[in-house]
Design a protein around this ligand. Sequence first.
Ligand SMILES: *Cc1c(COP(=O)(O)O)cnc(C)c1O
Length: 383
Amino acid sequence: MSGSFELPLREDLVGEVSYGAPQLDVAARLNVNENPFAVPADLARAMGDAVAEVAVTLNRYPDREAVALREALCAYIGAEAHVDVSVDQVWAANGSNEVMHQLFLAFGGPGRLAMTFDPTYSMYPEYARDTFTEYVTYPRTDDFRIDVAEARRVIAERKPSIVILTSPNNPTGTALALTDIAAIAEGARQAGAVVIVDEAYAEFRHEGVASACVLLPDHPNLVVSRTMSKAFALAGARLGYAIAADPAVVAALMVVRLPYHLSAVTQAVASTALAHADVLQAQVSLVRRERDALAEWLEAEGFDVAPSDANFLLFGRFGDRAVVWQGLLDRGVLIRQTGPEGWLRVTVGTPEENGMFRAALQQVMQEVDAGQTRSSSQRGEGR
Ligand SMILES: *Cc1c(COP(=O)(O)O)cnc(C)c1O
């Protein structure tokens, strides 16, 4: 290369780094909330057959509107959340990250505000940045819920165009009460905001906890975002979707999406997985049982554990969480340093992986308690 050239990078992107949860090849990867089970062999074969079938038509662009897939998603939501939705209320894209990015493209923008409640998912500020939307967070309560009266007050005052409620929340696992979501959605409607309920972990919720989908008929500004990355064990396929109370939301997303954004291969794989949703349900049930057992074990070991309706647990509290995180990694167990200072998040894995995590954590805490690490002076507090 000769001559100097300064890239005309957007000023607000200078110094920004890309999303980067470590992808390390260790024995137990419990850091990004994936479903730990491989896709069942029968389902993998059915996906292969479906892909072979579309392969010969790949000279053509895919169905731009992904109608067959959206119909399958309607049927799934009817069965899973017990709500009737029609295809014009459902939208699909490459992961719910793309769905939410599109929602920001349509409902955010310069001079507009997106609001959410911390601690929560780390990607929201990136959608805001990309779309020149102002982004503000207000703190959740000490038990990681949302103070509804306070939320309604700041929504009325700041008049956002987008409010995001994450339930079950990442990284805390907290499911919001339906009455709280409804009250915030009503306040947001009066302020002119759409409310996105990010339900990436919905299928892991406890018995008796309802999906925000049941609120759709009564809240025209509500959009529920979901994904096949977690419960469906399809993080690698990239399929997220949204269910909107108002079909006009879906129409708006069609305006901002890139043409033919969802490949025929993705559509075929996702439709096949939906047709086999029942076999995946068995995995989800096992993960839920493992989660509850792991929460109980952590509590018995003296840790604080945030009640979780997701496939992960936020636990603590550590004087120096980095030491514990590194100690676990040294033993082949990768978890996540995220959430409030002093807490760590572990994804629920297979029973074997969870066993490795328990054994490794006991060893690390013995070291910490014996003062063999830097955090020795602080350990014990709050544990
Ligand atoms: C994992 C996750 C998603 C899903 O992202 P995909 O793009 O569908 O893989 C969305 N929201 C939250 C809060 C998540 O943790």
